[in-house]
Design a protein around this ligand. Structure first.
Ligand code: IVH
Length: 677
């Protein structure tokens, strides 16, 4: 028999206390202290010790409790059927074990499963009597929850009446859509209120309000997945009936009996996860046949018929190794945290932007701190907060530099601005960043002239301003680039041909390339559309008439200040004219006029692209749609005129089918635009 060392015993009690504390913060105060991943890893450590020394476990152990003790401020509600939790699976082996277990318990190997997304919200039970909603409660500790009836009555998609007379209990998840969560946090930030860590905590904090008018103002939604008190045979029937009765049910479901098929679904939904309107953290596998479910029964905390296959954590903890600052193309100084590499949602992260000086101060992020990282979809990872308990006593606040790390010029911060800036226009870090921006995808899009090569040419003194790029080929008889290490005849020829190709540039890309603060891809398109050709743009600059841009929807006063200021720098105006030309001279490049939209064909229509297109890049397809007057939208609604569907289309296609929105193929779209492949 294993011997319980003093150290292990201490660790066990420490884990128990930590987990109880974390769980209380999470469930009662809706304000988690640690990430889910950290909680799970401590929890698994506790389980391992209990498995080795079962006598340590008592009713007080976190392993014996579902959720948390209920808060005192709400009326208590007793759940007739305990609201259980789900067992977690983290890999395919766990899933294989689950399949084997179910097959064994059912004594057959062809059992149907239904797969549903695991919504990341808080579970809620709603009771209907004679078709009327009479009670709604939270899960609480599984046996006793909190009465949140008045609050649930304010949730718009919860039916207040259903068309049946039986007394039924409906269970499901109360969630907050990602967009509503972002909006709520924006408002809270503006009011200097504490931000919610994620949509789930926002949903919990909004539902568990003593004043229902607060809940009402928060736009919650309810997704249901369970009925009791009504004679149904399968989980599929449950979902169909729920839908018929007016409940919202997840639209991503799969009925299957095969593990490979189930895995494909898990992977498909994981890919779509970032694009869904709400957070999900895994896929729930449920035995479809309800009589089999009943027969299998429950273990201490979990039913044996279902399991939650969790997605890899999107949050993780790591250590800040160092904080450095970067100089951007407009001179803005951005602090960056260099992190001990950690995997978040399947991607190794070793750096995170800290945005600006205020952000570091607000979150009090210091070198050596343990921090919680979050990665939402494709978004750049961000540091959510510091784990202050883990901070060493000699740690010191980060001292923001007062001089530019590149040119040593004093840094300044203008009144009302968040950014600290280096205002030396000749600071080489800025020059390089401006060049990188000039050749980037949304600007001149010069293949073969990436960040590394720009730095190389800059260091060699060959490219100091965008103008030098277009002289490179002429100067090559003296430069002999093909002789330089890393370059050869072919790569040099390729480079010159992409530079030459880039000389035919649309007005919006040309404007974007200039690097005027606040004039990225979208704003540059607006300016180009307004001026229609390079000459009118130049004229407006030279006659100091740029204020006229105020009539453009989407261009504000501070943007106009920036563009005016940009052209007061003589060097910027010179570069513009050398590149684009002036009244009497042609420039180095050929700025194309804005294509007039073809009258009528898609004017006033909103269209959506989804899936991988075969003949056009996404940008080209959008451009083509826009040139024909369409508004390109990123999400499908009943207002969408049609959806252009490429390969492997996912949730947007499903949404279109659900709403009865017309879908067309890429080929049909091209034909419509009269462009043959
Ligand atoms: S079935 C025995 N289906 O996950 C519990 N639960 O970790 C049966 N959840 O308490 C629940 N999405 O709050 C089920 N499609 C889904 C779910 C789901 C989210 C939550 C629910 C449950 C928790 C268990």
């Amino acid at each position: 028999m294993a011997i319980l060392s003093e150290e292990k015993k201490r660790r066990y009690h420490q884990l128990k206390e930590l987990l109880q504390n974390y769980s209380r913060q999470y469930y009662i105060f809706d304000d988690p202290l640690v990430s889910d991943a950290e909680y799970d890893s401590l929890y698994n450590e506790l389980l391992a010790i209990e498995q080795e020394f079962p006598y340590l476990k008592d009713n007080n152990s976190p392993s014996q409790q579902v959720g948390a003790k209920i808060s005192k401020k709400f009326k208590k509600v007793h759940h007739e059927d305990r609201m259980l939790s789900l067992e977690n699976a983290y890999n395919e082996n766990d899933i294989s074990d689950f399949f084997n277990r179910v097959h064994k318990l059912c004594n057959k190997s062809d059992v149907d499963f239904i797969l549903e997304p695991k919504l990341d919200g808080l579970s809620c039970s709603i009771i209907y009597e004679k078709g009327i909603l009479i009670m709604a409660s939270t899960r609480g500790d599984g046996s006793i929850g909190e009465d949140v009836t008045s609050n649930v009555l304010t949730i718009q998609n919860v039916p207040k009446k259903i068309p049946i007379l039986e007394s039924v209990e409906i269970r499901g998840e109360v969630i907050m859509l990602k967009k509503d969560f972002e909006e709520l946090n924006r408002q809270r930030e503006a009011n200097n209120e504490k931000l919610f860590a994620n949509p789930r905590n926002a949903a919990a904090g909004s539902l568990r309000q003593l004043d229902p008018s607060i809940t009402a103002s928060r736009n919650l939604a309810f997704f249901s997945y369970y009925v009791s008190g009504y004679d149904l045979k399968t989980q599929q029937d449950v979902l169909n009936h729920l839908k018929q009765w007016g409940f919202t049910v997840s639209e991503h479901l799969l009925l299957c009996h095969d593990q490979t098929e189930a895995l494909q679904f898990y992977k498909k939904i994981e890919k779509q996860r970032a694009d869904l309107d709400y957070d999900i953290d895994g896929i729930v596998y449920k035995t479809n046949d309800l009589s089999l479910q009943k027969m299998m029964g429950t273990a201490t905390k979990y039913p044996r018929h279902s399991i939650a296959y969790k997605f890899p954590a999107q949050q993780a903890e790591t250590t800040v190794l160092n904080i450095t600052v970067q100089v951007g193309r407009t001179g803005n100084i951005t602090p960056v945290a260099n992190l001990k590499p950690v995997t978040v949602g399947g991607v190794v992260v070793s750096r995170a932007t800290l945005h600006n000086k205020d952000e570091i101060e607000k979150k009090d992020i210091r070198v050596g701190d343990r921090v919680v990282l979050q990665r939402a979809g494709d978004v750049i990872p961000q540091i959510l907060h510091v784990i202050s308990d883990a901070r060493s006593s000699d740690s010191k606040p980060f001292e923001f530099p007062t001089r530019c790390p590149c040119c040593a010029a004093p840094l300044i911060r203008e009144k009302g601005e968040v950014a600290v800036k280096c205002i030396n226009l000749n600071c080489s870090a800025q020059l390089i960043e401006r060049l990188i921006h000039f050749v980037s995808k949304d600007a001149f899009n010069i293949d073969g002239l990436g960040e590394q090569n720009i730095k190389f040419f800059f260091d060699q003194g060959l490219i100091k301003s965008p103008v030098d790029i277009f002289y490179l080929e002429n100067r090559n008889s003296e430069l002999q680039l093909e002789q330089v290490e890393g370059w050869g005849k072919q790569s040099v020829a390729n480079l010159f041909s992409s530079i030459n190709r880039s000389k035919n540039v649309t007005l919006d890309r040309f404007i974007c390339a200039l690097g005027i603060p606040q004039f990225g891809k979208t704003a540059s398109k607006l300016v180009a559309k307004y001026f229609k050709n390079y000459k009118s743009f130049l004229q407006s600059i030279e006659t100091k008439n740029l204020s006229e841009l105020i009539s453009v929807n989407g261009i504000g006063l501070s943007m106009i200040d920036d563009i005016k200021l940009f052209f007061t720098v003589p060097n910027n105006l010179d570069i513009l004219k050398t590149l684009g030309g002036d009244i009497s001279n042609r420039g180095l490049v050929n700025v194309q006029d804005v294509q007039m939209t073809r009258e009528g064909i898609l004017t006033g229509l909103s269209i959506v692209f989804t899936g991988t297109l075969q003949h056009l890049s996404r940008d080209e397809a959008k451009q083509l749609g826009e040139n024909n007057g369409a508004k390109i939208s990123s999400s499908v609604s009943s207002k969408t005129a049609f959806v252009v569907v490429g390969k492997n289309a996912g949730s947007k296609l499903e949404k279109a089918n659900e709403l009865g929105v017309k879908t067309i193929s890429e080929e049909e779209f091209l034909k419509m635009m009269k462009k043959t492949i």
